[in-house]
Design a binder for this molecule. Structure first.
Ligand code: AHR
Length: 626
C-alpha cells in the first residue's frame, strides 16, 4: 500500500490527545498510588463497610479491640484501636503492642521512612516502633519514641523516623509498635492515625508512590481525569463525593465507601490531585458529583440546587482568589495561588444505573448553566458515553470492548459532527473476540491486557487521532491494580507491595509509543494498492519539532504489509521506524513476568522518489518519524 501524506489541510490535534484516568479501584489509590504504607490506619468505616481491624495483629498476646471512645481523635475518626495486656501474657518485659502488615506487604529499603501515630491514655515509658520481617522477626529499622508522660489523657501525636540499613529480601514485613505494659496507668492505650510513608514523588508530604508515578510519567500523558469513574458517583446515599471532606489535616478527613468494595481514606484528596497535576504537567479534567448514585438514587430537581452550589464552591476553592470564601480556605492550607480548571465533567456514565432520564431532563443542564454562567471559558462535559453530546458542551465516550470490537470502530468518530467534541475517558479491551463481538459483563475478564487487544486499542486510537478537533483526548481505564486485592481487570499498570514487580502492560507500551510521538497537525492522506485494514493509520507532523509522523497498526493480516509513505514536501533522507510486536497475540505483561512486547527500531532511507518503504508484520503498532 502506498500512502501519500499531504503537506497541507487536516486539523490541529488536541494538545491533550493522550492522558490518564484515575479512580480508586483495585486499591489503585489506598494501597497503591497513595504512598501510605499502613493499611486501615484510622479504622474508618461506614454503614457500607463498617470499621474493623483489618491489617492488624496483636504482639505478645496483647488484646486488640476496636472502640468508639467518647472523645475520639476527631469526628472523622470515631473508632480507634485499644491495646490491652492479655491475661495469658507471660512476657517478662511487659512489652505488648500490634503489628500492621501494610497493603499485603511492606517494602523495606535503605531509605528514610517518616511516620506518626496518635495515642490516648496514661503511659510512662517508650514506644518501640520497628519495621520487621513477619516470618523471621528480623528487625530492619527501629525507633524509640518517648511517651510525653503519665498524666496525659488527651490524644497526642508522636512522630518517628525509620532508617533501614539494608533492603528486606521480600515484602512480608510489618510495622510494629510496642510499649511496656508496666508503664500503663489504666490498663490499656488507644491508638489512631498510625502512619508510615516512604519517600514520595517530588518529596510531597502525604504524597504518591514513586514507582507508580514514574510508570505514569513515561507515558507523557497530558491530562488527568479524576476522581472517577464510578467512584465519583458514590455507592449509595448519602455517600457522594464530598470534596470538602478530602482537604486539610488528615485527622479531619472523612473516609467514604468507594464504589469498589472498600472504604477510601481520601488521603488523595482534592489538593493531592492538583499537586499530582502540577508535578506531572497534567491538565485537570475534574469530575463532579451530579445528583446520581450507583444505587439508582437520584436527587430530585427541586432538591438539586445545594449540590450545584457545592460544585461552585469546589470550583471557587480551586480557582478563587484568596479574598473569596473558599479561595481563602485553600490559601490557609498553604496554597495561595489559584489553580486553573478548564474541563469539568458532570458525573460519570449517567446513562447507566437509572441516571439517564433525569440527566437529560434537568441534571446536566442545571450544572452546565450554573458553571458556564460563572466560568464561561470552561468546557463542561456530559458523561453519557455516547455521541453526540450537547452541542455547546462536550461528551465522554467510554469504550470497553473486544479486539474486533475496537477495530470495527476505527471509523467511529468520522460520523461525529464537527461541532461536537468528546473525551474518550475510558478505553480498554476487556474481553476476547467472540462470534457476537460482545462483552459478557459479569463474566471474568482476562487478568492483564494482552497483545492482540492492545493492537486493537491502537487501531481505535488512530481513528481518534484522525478525527481531531472532535477529540479532546483518550485514556485507558482503569489505570492501576494491586494484584493482592482488586475488583477489575485488566488494567494499564499492575503492581504489588514490591516496587520491582510493577508491570507496564502491553497496552501501556502501545499508548507510550502513540503518546510520545505527538502529531500537532494531522494531515490528509490518499492511498493506492490496498484498503484501510489490515493496515490502519494516521499521518501528520509535529510543528514544534518539524517531524513528519506516520502512525500505523496492522490487525488481521495474513502476511507482512509492505508500506510506502510519501510525505509531500519532505526532504528528509532518513526516517526512524519503531515497530512494536509480540511473538504471541495472547501474551501479557504481568508482575514478575517477562517483557512480551518486542521493540524494533529501524532507520529507513528514502528511495529515489523521497518516499519511505518498509514492511509491518501482522499485529504490530508502528511509528515512522523523520
Ligand atoms: O474503569 C472501571 C469502570 O468502568 C469505571 O468506574 C466506570 O466508569 C466504568 O463503567
Amino acid at each position: 500500500i502506498t500512502i501519500n501524506v499531504s503537506q497541507n489541510g487536516g486539523n490541529k490535534t488536541s494538545p491533550l490527545q493522550y492522558g490518564l484516568m484515575f479512580e480508586d479501584i483495585n486499591h489503585g489509590g489506598d494501597g497503591g498510588l497513595y504512598a501510605e504504607l499502613v493499611r486501615n490506619r484510622a479504622f474508618q468505616g461506614s454503614t457500607v463497610y463498617p470499621a474493623n481491624l483489618d491489617g492488624y495483629e496483636p504482639v505478645n498476646g496483647a488484646i486488640l479491640a476496636l472502640q468508639n471512645l467518647s472523645k475520639p481523635l476527631s469526628p472523622s475518626m470515631p473508632s480507634s484501636l485499644n491495646v490491652a495486656k492479655g491475661s495469658n501474657n507471660n512476657n517478662n518485659h511487659g512489652l505488648i503492642g500490634f503489628a500492621n502488615e501494610g497493603w499485603w506487604g511492606i517494602e523495606v529499603k535503605p531509605q528514610k521512612y517518616a511516620g506518626s501515630f496518635c495515642v490516648q491514655g496514661a503511659y510512662e515509658g517508650d514506644f518501640d516502633v520497628s519495621l520487621q520481617s513477619k516470618i523471621t522477626q528480623e528487625v530492619f529499622a527501629t525507633a524509640k519514641v518517648k511517651s510525653s508522660g503519665a498524666q496525659h489523657k488527651d490524644w497526642i501525636q508522636y512522630k518517628y523516623e525509620l532508617l533501614p540499613k539494608k533492603s528486606a529480601s521480600n515484602t512480608n514485613n510489618t510495622l510494629t509498635i510496642t510499649f511496656d505494659s508496666k508503664g500503663l496507668k489504666d490498663g490499656s492505650l488507644n491508638f489512631n492515625l498510625i502512619s508510615l510513608f516512604p519517600p514520595t514523588y517530588n518529596n510531597r508530604p502525604n504524597g504518591l508512590r514513586i514507582d507508580l508515578v514514574e510508570a505514569m510519567a513515561e507515558l507523557e500523558g497530558k491530562f488527568l481525569r479524576f476522581p472517577g469513574g464510578s467512584d465519583v458517583e458514590g455507592v449509595q446515599a448519602p455517600y457522594w463525593y464530598k470534596w470538602n471532606e478530602t482537604v486539610g489535616d488528615l485527622k479531619d478527613r472523612y473516609s467514604r465507601p468507594s464504589a469498589w468494595t472498600y472504604e477510601e481514606s481520601n488521603g488523595i484528596g482534592l489538593i493531592e490531585y492538583m499537586n499530582w497535576c502540577d508535578d506531572m504537567g497534567l491538565e485537570p479534567i475534574l469530575a463532579v458529583w451530579d445528583g446520581h448514585y450507583l444505587s439508582n438514587e437520584v436527587i430530585s430537581e427541586s432538591d438539586l440546587q445545594p449540590y450545584i452550589d457545592d460544585t461552585l464552591n469546589q470550583l471557587e476553592f480551586l480557582m478563587g482568589g484568596p479574598d473569596t470564601p473558599y479561595g481563602s480556605w485553600r490559601a490557609s492550607l498553604g496554597y495561595p495561588k489559584p489553580w486553573q480548571i478548564n474541563y469539568v465533567e458532570i458525573g460519570n456514565e449517567d446513562n447507566l444505573y437509572g441516571g439517564l432520564e433525569t440527566y437529560i431532563a434537568y441534571r446536566f443542564q442545571a450544572y452546565y448553566d450554573a458553571i458556564t454562567a460563572k466560568y464561561p471559558h470552561m468546557t463542561v462535559m456530559e458523561s453519557l458515553t455516547g455521541m453526540p453530546g450537547p452541542a455547546a458542551a462536550a461528551s465522554d465516550y467510554h469504550q470497553y470492548s473486544t479486539p474486533d470490537g475496537f477495530v470495527s470502530q476505527f471509523n467511529y468518530f468520522d460520523q461525529m459532527p464537527v461541532t461536537n467534541r468528546t473525551l474518550n475517558g475510558e478505553v480498554a479491551t476487556v474481553y476476547p473476540n467472540n462470534p457476537s463481538n460482545s462483552v459478557a459483563w459479569g463474566s471474568p475478564f482476562p487478568l492483564y491486557p494482552w497483545w492482540i487487544g492492545s493492537v486493537a486499542e491502537a487501531v481505535f486510537l488512530l481513528g481518534e487521532e484522525r478525527n481531531s478537533p472532535k477529540i479532546i483526548g483518550a485514556s485507558y481505564a482503569p489505570m492501576f491494580r494491586n494484584i493482592n486485592n482488586w475488583q477489575w481487570s485488566p488494567t494499564l499498570i499492575a503492581f504489588d507491595a514490591d516496587s520491582s514487580h510493577t508491570s507496564r502492560s502491553t497496552s501501556w507500551h502501545v499508548i507510550k509509543l502513540l503518546s510520545t510521538n505527538k502529531i500537532t497537525q494531522n494531515l490528509p492522506t490518499t492511498w493506492s494498492g490496498g484498503d484501510i485494514g489490515p493496515l490502519y493509520w494516521v499521518a501528520g507532523r509535529n510543528d514544534n519539532t518539524g517531524s513528519n509522523i506516520f502512525k500505523a497498526a496492522v490487525y488481521n493480516s495474513t502476511s507482512d504489509v509492505p508500506v510506502t509513505v510519501n510525505f509531500a514536501g519532505c526532504n528528509a533522507k532518513i526516517a526512524n521506524l519503531t515497530i512494536l510486536s509480540s511473538d504471541d497475540p495472547n501474551a501479557s505483561n504481568y508482575p514478575g513476568g517477562p517483557e512480551v512486547v518486542k521493540t524494533e527500531i529501524q532507520s529507513v532511507t528514502a528511495n529515489a522518489q523521497g518516499a519511505f518503504e518498509f514492511s509491518l508484520p501482522n499485529l504490530s503498532v508502528a511509528v515512522l518519524k523523520t
